[in-house]
Ligand binder design. Structure first.
Ligand code: ZN
Length: 351
């Protein structure tokens, strides 16, 4: 489950229209049936009429409509303003050690920063900052920058300190890493709440809803499968995916072109490949899918392979439903499956 701040903290935040809480929680107003970001400029409702949600998707699922002023569903793929400031500070000055005191000096609450990073990346802020620094160092090594420049330029005081941190994260010493690859991860806002994305140089390997427990599990699996470290950052595949997701949620994109990579058993991989053949706006039953892959008696196994899909939405496991027409299961929660299927119905009708 997503963690939310205390009710009192959330009340203070929306009274002050504190934008630093945007993306952390949403507030819904029972009397109007509308939900907002904490920073919404609209007149503030009475506390007793307010209900709080960790994600926009949960507010939608509870029957609330998005506010037209603060547009809580606006999937612009940008993190909240204060997170952007923090990321920018890291980019501009990678050697800066961002202590709690220096965060406060930037008007950023260290507790909130930690919560945000854990919620969205499944990492502590320190681990995120460390990963980002190492990711940059690796990028420079691959571009042929001298090892001395890389170590000292990224804020490591000594060679040995750099070597140690590097070997720990990437499982090999920096001198041998010019051809090493890593998994790059980022997150975006979406109508279904924050999404965690990850890609290798070959393609997208993760699209997961932002639930810390699931993300930690998925990161472990990815590390094992690909034998690579996970570092925050951006890559061309992640940029493409973000742009395609924005069009998908706008109802204008019906097929993703971004490459996907997956590792599974031959059976799982067959299921994941077959899922990508189900057309936009249509559904299939687990039995249909089992027949498609030539294993008509394996509909239960098809169901579990479906549930292990790591690239949600792009590999459309949400298009598989029960034979009876009921929704069946969904790792990201049934409300998300319903929203995706409704969105595709509308997108298809509009075409
Ligand atoms: Zn609003």
């Amino acid at each position: 489950m997503n963690t939310m701040p205390s009710t009192i903290e959330m009340e203070h935040a929306f009274r002050r229209r504190d934008a630093t809480y945007d993306g952390i929680f949403f507030l819904a107003v029972r009397t109007t049936g509308i939900f907002c970001r904490p920073s919404c400029p609209a007149r503030k409702p009475l506390v007793q009429n307010v209900e709080f949600f960790a994600t926009a998707g949960e507010a939608l699922a509870a029957g609330y409509r998005p506010c037209k002023r603060c547009r809580p569903l606006h999937a612009d793929g940008r993190p909240p303003e204060w997170v952007e400031r923090l990321l920018m500070a890291l980019d501009q000055n990678p050697e800066a050690r961002l202590t709690d005191a220096s965060l406060r000096a930037m008007n950023i609450d260290p507790v909130r920063a930690r919560r945000h990073f854990r919620q969205h990346y499944g990492l502590t802020f320190q681990a995120y900052a460390r990963g980002r620094r190492l990711g940059q160092a690796l990028g420079q090594l691959r571009q042929g920058v001298d090892l001395d420049d890389v170590a000292l330029g990224n804020g490591y005081e000594s060679h040995s300190g750099f070597r140690e941190a590097f070997a720990q994260a990437f499982g090999r010493p920096p001198g041998k890493s010019r051809d090493a690859d890593c998994i790059v991860t980022t997150w975006i806002e979406s109508p279904l709440g924050p999404l965690v994305l990850a890609a290798t140089t070959e393609g997208v390997c993760l699209l997961e809803f932002s639930d810390p427990a699931r993300i930690e599990m998925q990161f472990d699996t990815l590390r094992r499968h690909f034998d690579r470290a996970i570092v925050p950052g951006s890559t061309p595949h992640l940029d493409t995916l973000q742009a395609e997701l924005a069009s998908y949620f706008a109802g204008t994109l019906k097929a993703f072109s971004v490459p996907v990579v997956y590792h599974g058993t031959p059976f799982q991989e067959k299921v994941w490949t077959a899922l990508q053949q189900i057309p936009y706006g249509e559904t299939r039953s687990y039995e249909d899918l089992a027949r498609t892959i030539g294993a008509p008696r394996a509909s239960r196994a098809v169901g579990s392979a479906n549930g292990l899909n790591r690239v949600a939405i792009v590999i459309p496991c949400h298009r598989v439903v029960n034979k009876s027409g009921e929704l069946g299961g969904y790792g990201g929660g049934l409300w998300r499956k319903r929203i995706l299927l409704d969105l595709e119905q509308k997108g298809q009708a509009a075409a």
